[in-house]
Write a protein that binds this ligand. Structure first.
Ligand code: PLP
Length: 273
């Protein structure tokens, strides 16, 4: 079973945040564990309240998740939580899990351990091996702040170097690179801070006919993914895309293939919503 740890905020309306992340991982046949960073009260139109979870409890949730195949990060709320998430993911974690007979057989052990014997496996999870997808959400469409200014600094300096890919939309890209103008400069800023790759989501662009996302990998010309613009507003699309990418990366797909698969699944949800 593909295990994905989703780190983010609880949107009480269920439209976005970790409820959307868990729904996406589940619909793709994966298993989600969560680390909640904040509890919010929201509707599709307005945000009423936001209570951050203490950084220590966020850390405990991440540690409790045990071994996972990928991580998806969304709302981080503030600097203290962002720094704690980065520090915890960066820990050279040695995690253990109990392997059942069935899992051992599946993993290629012909006989498997004796029936009543649970074998403890030790697996070292170093961040370099672990796909981490960061959706740098700063504000909800209803105007609720999802990451404060200190959090944005912490995201750039502590979290980006751990991330395989970061998925800003155009306003997020501009906000995270205030001194750089233009997409290429903004992307360069995020890559210089250590992100493995940047997927710029073009949904806020001016083209009314089609939407184009662009994947920038290091030393590569950007890959373009275009699709007709769908005249429908659906919340949580960024959460969905990043979570679906995490599932694909967890299953060993390359980055471009992960983007392709995630976009296909998002389109399917649009069609059936
Ligand atoms: N609320 C939470 C907790 C979120 O994590 C997000 C996005 O990640 C949002 C709200 C924003 O969703 P939308 O932009 O679809 O309103």
């Amino acid at each position: 079973m593909t295990r994905v740890l989703v780190i983010g905020g609880l949107d009480s309306s269920g439209g976005a945040g970790i409820l959307r992340d868990v729904a996406t991982v589940t619909r793709l046949g994966g298993q989600a564990t969560v680390a909640v960073t904040a509890v919010t009260a929201q509707t599709d139109q307005a945000g009423f309240a936001c209570d951050p979870v203490s950084p220590e409890v966020v850390q405990a949730q991440i540690r409790a998740a045990g071994p996972v195949d990928a991580v998806k990060i969304g709302m981080l709320c503030n600097g203290a939580i962002t720094r704690m998430v980065a520090a915890t993911l960066a820990e050279p974690r040695v995690t253990t899990r109990t392997e059942t007979r069935a899992e051992a057989v599946q993993a290629g052990l012909k006989e498997g351990p004796p029936k009543d014997h649970a074998q403890t496996l030790t697996k070292t999870c170093v961040p370099a091996d672990l796909p981490i997808v960061l959706d740098p959400v700063l504000m909800s469409s209803s105007g609720m702040v999802l990451l404060d200014a200190d959090g944005q600094d912490a995201l750039l300096t502590t979290l980006l170097p751990l991330c395989s890919v970061v998925t800003p939309n155009l306003p997020e890209l501009a906000a995270l690179s205030p001194l750089s103008t233009g997409e290429t400069a903004g992307v360069g800023h995020l890559l210089r801070h250590g992100a493995g790759a940047v997927l710029v989501k073009g949904g806020h662009g001016s083209d009314r006919v089609q939407v184009e996302d662009r994947l920038y990998k290091r030393d590569d010309t950007p890959l373009r993914f275009a699709a007709p613009r769908i005249d429908k507003t659906l919340r949580g699309t960024g959460c969905h895309l990043a979570s679906a990418m995490a599932v694909s990366l967890a299953r060993g797909r390359g980055l471009s293939q992960a983007v392709r698969e995630a976009r296909e699944d998002l389109l399917l949800r649009f069609r059936t919503a």
